[in-house]
Design a protein around this ligand. Structure first.
Ligand code: HSE
Length: 382
């Protein structure tokens, strides 16, 4: 099966390497026919081209694998590929979460499919497991440590007693962080992954801006000191739950009890768990990023297409997000503590307190109306 590869960076280079090596008979059925690269400096392989048309207009190429990242030109190129009757595989969570409805509709109209295992959880077979679970069960909810960069930062801050900036720098030096680390530390990367997990888990599309999202940009050593002293670890968690006519979905730092399996996921690892009626909790732990783990997931999708083992239907409709049924106790540190009297249960320090049990919507409204760019919020596990 001939493949056109868009992008030859960290992930694209890994896809090319795995397919060229051909370690199994299934991989040997795949062939990278052409590779779209950014500029002449990347033209190190006879298959490389600077012109997307060389791939889009080649009728022998059945599948386009996109590993470019970014919104454009990735979105436009994949749309054109679908219109030309080519299946599409992508690792690009930001682009797909943003243009899911458009690309799925184009795929349906042209009798082809969009595959995206690598967009979420890197090498962890998370999307495939949701498909498989759903052959038997409805998924009730999922939660995950979906971002390796922030897990690395939080793990190191926790074990070393250091502050945020120092550990962000370390994560960047190790190559974990996105080029613009705000996608990682402000929770947007997890928001895209939660949105795409909802598509698989609940068969619904969402408006991504409705997913309540808090990151770890403002976390300080004193927040983790309080968590540690009270028997908690801190992790950035993305969750989704099926609630009939609505979906609840959010991204928020959580203070988890130390015996929670997620509290002990170290360094840059990811962990993701689904819950369904007969299977109960099913938890996956592994490398959520990196060249070969992510490329592995892309190649798995390519083999699915070649084998015609194609559970993708791409036939989803938008379901609204409503977080009023998500309730909990929240830890909030803010320089405007006087504004929070209505939801406060117990003061912890001069500028931090615990809320009474409230909905995420109430917490979010109180935080947004305080307009404090130093505020840190975490949900405290019951
Ligand atoms: N920056 C992301 C992470 C890469 O740290 O998990 C994988 O999506």
């Amino acid at each position: 099966m001939k493949i056109g590869l868009l992008g030859h960076g960290v992930v694209g280079g890994g896809v090319r390497a795995i397919i060229d090596e051909g370690a199994t008979w299934e991989v040997r059925e795949l062939e990278i026919a052409k590779i779209l690269v950014k500029d002449e400096s990347e033209m190190v392989d006879p298959r490389t081209t600077l012109h997307a048309e060389d791939i889009l207009n080649d009728p022998s190429i059945e599948v386009v694998a996109e590993c470019m990242g970014g919104l454009e030109p990735a979105h436009t190129l994949l749309k054109k590929a679908l219109q030309k009757g080519k299946h599409v595989v992508t690792s690009n969570k930001k682009m797909l979460a943003t243009y899911c409805e458009d690309l799925f509709e184009t795929a349906r109209e042209n009798g082809v499919t969009v595959h995206y295992e690598a967009s979420c959880g890197g090498g962890i077979p998370w999307m495939a497991s949701l498909d498989r679970t759903r052959r038997v069960d409805d998924i009730d909810s999922f939660r995950g440590i979906f971002n390796g960069t922030t897990n690395y930062i939080l793990s190191r801050m926790y074990s070393e007693g250091t502050d945020f900036e120092e550990m962000l720098k370390e994560a960047q030096e190790l190559g974990y962080a996105e080029r613009d680390p705000s996608d990682d530390i402000d929770g947007h990367d997890v928001r895209y992954k939660v949105s795409l997990s909802c598509v698989k888990a609940f068969d619904t599309l969402q408006n991504i801006q409705d997913i309540v999202t808090y990151g770890i940009r403002n976390i300080r050593k004193e927040d983790l000191d309080w968590a540690k002293a009270n028997g908690y670890a801190c992790k950035l968690i993305g969750t989704g739950a099926y609630r009939g006519d609505f979906i609840s979905a959010c991204v928020i730092p959580m203070f988890l009890k130390k015996d929670d399996v997620f509290a002990n996921i170290p360094l840059n690892f990811n962990a993701i768990e689904s819950r369904s009626k007969t299977l109960g909790p099913a938890t996956f732990v592994g490398q959520g990023a990196g060249s070969l783990p992510t490329a592995h997931a892309v190649v798995q999708n390519l083999i699915d297409i070649w084998k015609n083992q194609d559970p993708e239907i791409n036939d989803k409709s938008i379901r609204p997000i409503d977080n009023t049924l998500h309730t909990g106790v929240f830890y909030i540190r803010t320089k405007k503590i006087a504004l929070f009297a209505d939801i406060m249960d117990r003061r912890i320090s001069e500028d931090a307190f615990l809320t009474r049990k409230i909905s995420l919507v109430q917490a979010d409204m109180a935080v947004k109306s305080a307009v404090d760019d130093t505020l840190f919020i975490a949900e405290v596990a019951e």
